[in-house]
Design a protein around this ligand. Structure first.
Ligand SMILES: *Cc1c(COP(=O)(O)O)cnc(C)c1O
Length: 361
């Protein structure tokens, strides 16, 4: 069996241990005589799975007791609508920071529902940095401020949160979920689509401060009403059972392999440094993001020559480093090195890049 190193931005590589456990439990999950794909979402087996997933999520993220952890569907993109519908319910105003395509899509969707302002943007330099904001940049009476924490396409991340004071901060953390600790108490809501770092596609996790629930607009589709989902313990309808099960196995893996998100972060820093150090010393390849805002998860880079970029992507694919082509809006390459990418994968990629550099200098 030959497994490739998969640098896809999402859906992305999963821990081999998780895939092996899922395979071993495929025909008969814990004596149930069924696969998790087949069983009732009201069964005791699935009840244990979703409860364990929530418990592990709370433990790893140290989620305060006054927050709900919800397992939802519709992808991160469905939350672009659900967030204004549920939370833009006081002044009807919200401030967004535009750090890339996902933030922009969320902003555009929210505009359907109220007075939405883009308070800062890094569009002027192809989103290669995180724009600085000051407390005065935010309107006093907004219902919330919205950010995209890690910008999957462009490879930037917030190292420090914007100075929103006691305004409600909502963050899309899809592409950095569980990669490092987060002080959940600083947010009203954090949410993440699972297919980047947590599970296969089909699941979104939302962690929501309880006092924000219960004021959704009347027109809110019931499936997007976070209060309805919270009251039903994420079982208002049939949840994505299989994906929640894999999420639980990934959380087990983080806990067993690393113990905490501090340790997960140290591992990710070590791994990312191998690639960034090479990019900083290379004569051929260079990173596209300002050093202070570099993501630990998504690393875009270019040679400066589109033909050479294409040659590299082709050669890398043939050598088993797949899905390394950059997003069409940035060009070049992007290596997504999520939690499940082993250090060895990045070391081998760098070896390959060195060889390519020597041959193409
Ligand atoms: C991938 C991604 C999304 C979109 O996720 P879907 O589940 O496909 O809707 C949104 N935000 C960020 C930061 C992402 O990386």
């Amino acid at each position: 069996m030959a497994r490739v190193y998969n640098f896809s931005a999402g859906p992305s590589t999963l821990p081999e241990k998780v895939l092996q456990t899922a395979a071993a439990e495929m025909m008969d999950y814990h004596g149930s005589g069924q696969s998790v794909m087949e069983m009732s979402h009201r069964s005791k087996w699935f009840d244990d799975i979703i409860k364990d997933a929530e418990k592990l999520m709370r433990e790893l993220y140290q989620v305060p007791d006054n927050y709900k952890v919800l397992f939802l569907q519709g992808g991160a993109s469905a939350q672009f609508s659900a967030i204004p519908l549920n939370f833009m319910n006081g002044s009807g105003k919200a401030d967004y920071i535009i750090t890339g395509q996902w933030a922009k899509k969320a902003f555009q969707e929210a505009q359907k529902y109220g007075d939405v302002k883009a308070v800062a943007s890094s569009a002027d330099k192809t989103f290669s940095y995180i724009p600085k904001t000051k407390a005065e940049d935010f309107r006093d009476d907004v219902d919330y401020v919205y950010i995209c924490m890690n910008n999957t396409i462009y490879g930037t991340v917030y190292k420090e949160l914007p100075p929103v004071g006691d305004k409600v901060l909502i963050a899309d953390v899809s592409s950095c979920a569980l990669s490092e600790p987060l002080d959940i108490s600083k947010f009203g809501v954090v949410y993440f689509g699972a297919q980047k770092n947590v599970a296969p596609a089909g699941l979104v996790v939302a962690i929501i401060r309880e006092d924000l629930l219960g004021n959704a607009r009347d027109i809110t589709p019931v499936m997007m009403n976070y209060k309805v989902q919270a009251d039903a313990d994420s079982l208002y309808n049939t949840p994505p059972c299989w994906t929640i099960y894999i999420c639980k196995l990934v959380l087990d893996w983080i806990k067993e392999e690393f113990g905490s998100l501090e340790a997960m972060k140290a591992h990710n820093e070590k791994k990312a440094a191998i690639l960034y150090n090479f990019l900083d010393s290379s004569k051929l390849f260079k990173g596209t993001v300002v050093p202070e805002d570099r993501s630990l998860m998504n690393v875009p880079f270019v040679t400066g020559d589109e033909e050479l970029d294409a040659k590299f992507v082709k050669a890398a694919t043939e050598a088993g480093f797949v899905n390394i082509k950059g997003h069409r809006t940035v060009g070049g390459m992007r290596a997504s090195i999520y939690n499940a990418m082993p250090i060895e994968g990045v070391e081998k990629l760098v070896e390959f890049m060195k060889k390519f550099e020597e041959e193409n200098a």
